[in-house]
Design a protein around this ligand. Structure first.
Ligand SMILES: C[S@@+](CC[C@H](N)C(=O)[O-])C[C@H]1O[C@@H](n2cnc3c(N)ncnc32)[C@H](O)[C@@H]1O
Length: 211
């Protein structure tokens, strides 16, 4: 999607993807990741997700990325944390103890920006991107995270019935992107009560990607 599309969504507060209580799927499946006692997790395309608060509460150090600066300002405000804000290459870096968010284009991030990681948490990141960008997204994510294990949360539905985002990312597509690098395990898939955007048959799914 064009950057303007997302900036406009944030400007108009069209953020139906945002979960006020955070994702119950993260809470249910986070323990599946094999983590050290002080893990460091990357959250791509993070919006102002409350999942970051949940991770911080568990002692996880979070490094994240988001295009829209107002989303990141809201993220810190809702955490009730005053960030240190400074330029970092083409990014603006918002940081606080145990949290660093790079504001700017995901595709401009590199592995040095992100540093060493224990894992990646992708919720509504791959599904935010159209098919034409998803190969590029997964290749770049693998590269900058040095193939760190992932907890991946997706949606799938009949794409012919609904234009994204969120886009439908099926189990086959997850395999196609990642099976050369990880063992891909589907931990969960179930129908979302009521579906979304007028579509009743929508599923969410959780995958664990580990070497
Ligand atoms: C569907 S939302 C998901 C946000 C968050 N992961 C969540 O679960 O609430 C996708 C987010 O990706 C951001 N985004 C889109 N394209 C991006 C890019 N190229 N680089 C960084 N962030 C991007 C959007 O601004 C938006 O906040």
């Amino acid at each position: 999607m064009e950057h303007d599309f997302w900036h406009q969504r944030w400007r108009n507060n069209e953020i139906g993807f945002h979960e006020i209580e955070g994702s119950y799927l993260l809470k249910s499946y986070f323990e599946s990741l094999e983590l050290s006692s002080a893990p460091r997790i990357f959250v791509p395309l993070c919006g102002k997700t409350r999942d970051i608060a949940w991770l911080l509460d568990r002692g996880v150090e979070v490094v994240a990325n988001e295009l829209n600066e107002n989303a990141v300002i809201a993220l810190f405000s809702e955490l009730d944390v005053e960030p240190i804000v400074k330029p970092h290459g083409v990014f603006t870096q918002y940081s606080a103890p145990k949290l660093c968010v790079f504001v700017g284009d995901f595709f401009a991030l590199n592995s040095v920006d992100i540093g060493a990681l224990d894992g990646v948490y992708d919720r509504a990141a791959i599904v935010a991107l159209p098919q034409s960008l998803r190969d590029k997204y997964t290749a770049h994510l693998l590269h900058i995270t040095n193939y760190a294990q992932q907890l991946l949360v997706t949606f799938d539905y009949d794409q012919s019935l609904l234009a994204g985002p969120p886009f439908s990312v099926t189990a086959d597509e997850v395999q196609r992107h990642y099976s050369a690098y990880y063992t891909v395990k589907q931990l969960y898939r179930d129908r979302i009560d009521g579906g979304f955007k007028g579509q009743k048959k929508v599923f969410d799914a959780v995958y664990l990607l580990q070497k």
